[in-house]
Design a protein around this ligand. Structure first.
Ligand code: NAD
Length: 252
């Protein structure tokens, strides 16, 4: 899985799964465009942990459509091109239907969809157009087990990730004639800042017990699946969704 000479844009790479993805691509020889939203110092930490290079940092709020276009343009202008796009950035915010008022409900749906679905869709637009002009590329989107299993405390999250799965599969069909291949990794629980509170709380043991391995995933395990889906020689896997959930939720 060599990515020597390839440019990989990883969104949300300042921490968590995104940082692990950036690290593994760099280990495989890629030049990484490390995207972050607000936390520049954490993004700089990611940058300084990467092998090889030169890599670069890029800031953008992906909920803003204009920013997604500017991000794609900035990476192409600074790094030459984009061979691989990883839409990893996302948010998980609880909005329990029986407990919140209508305006909070709307805010949660709006923010979640803008970040988890519309942002990736807009970035796919700009980057895929660039890839088409370049003769091809690969896109990997990070979804969630919640798209299949349900998210009772965060229904917008589950819906946004189900939408991301569907969009990825539609784009796999639309882009295959252009040599652009699209895949999805759908993790279950992963040990990151997003889940620290849940895993340390009273539900921690039962969350770990959802998998017969009696643990949640490490970010590097999810990153390995992302790097695999972005690699060459597996073009015919386009449109596939890899479940990375420790057999905690099986579907056929
Ligand atoms: P994290 O909270 O540690 O990282 C998320 C990243 O997304 C952060 O770097 C954040 O800055 C970025 N981000 C959020 N909103 C943004 C915006 N508007 N614009 C730009 N960037 C923004 O989370 P993580 O656990 O590393 O999750 C990474 C991905 O994996 C997410 O898409 C998440 O939904 C998915 N996922 C995580 C888990 C888990 O258990 N941690 C499980 C399934 C799926």
């Amino acid at each position: 899985m060599s990515f020597q000479g390839e440019v990989v844009l990883v969104t949300g790479a300042s921490r968590g799964i995104g940082r692990a993805i950036a690290v593994q691509f760099a280990q495989e020889g890629a030049r990484v465009a490390v995207h972050y939203c607000r936390n520049r110092s954490a993004a700089e930490e990611t940058l300084s942990s990467l092998d090889g290079g030169p890599h670069a940092l890029f800031q953008a709020d992906l909920a803003d459509p204009a920013a997604t276009r500017a991000l794609s343009d900035a990476v192409v202008s600074e790094m030459g091109e984009i061979h691989v796009l990883v839409n990893n950035a996302g948010i998980y915010e609880e909005h329990v239907i029986s407990e919140i008022d209508f305006s909070e409900w709307q805010t949660a749906w709006d923010r979640t969809n803008k970040t988890n679905l519309i942002g990736p869709a807009n970035l796919c637009y700009s980057v895929a157009r660039h890839m088409i002009g370049n003769g091809g590329g690969r896109i990997v989107n990070v979804s969630s087990r919640g798209a299949f299993r349900g998210e009772p405390s965060a229904p917008a999250y589950g819906a946004s990730k189900a939408g991301l799965n569907s969009m990825s599969q539609s784009l796999a069909q639309a882009l295959a004639p252009h040599n652009v291949f699209v895949g999805v990794v759908a993790p279950g629980w992963v040990e990151t800042d997003m889940t620290t509170e849940h895993l340390a709380g009273p539900d921690g043991d039962s969350i770990r017990g959802q998998s017969p391995m009696n643990r949640v995933a490490r970010p590097d395990e999810i990153a390995r699946a992302v790097v695999f889906l972005a690699s060459s020689g597996i073009d015919y896997l386009t449109g596939c969704i890899i479940d990375a959930n420790g057999a905690s939720y099986l579907r056929t």
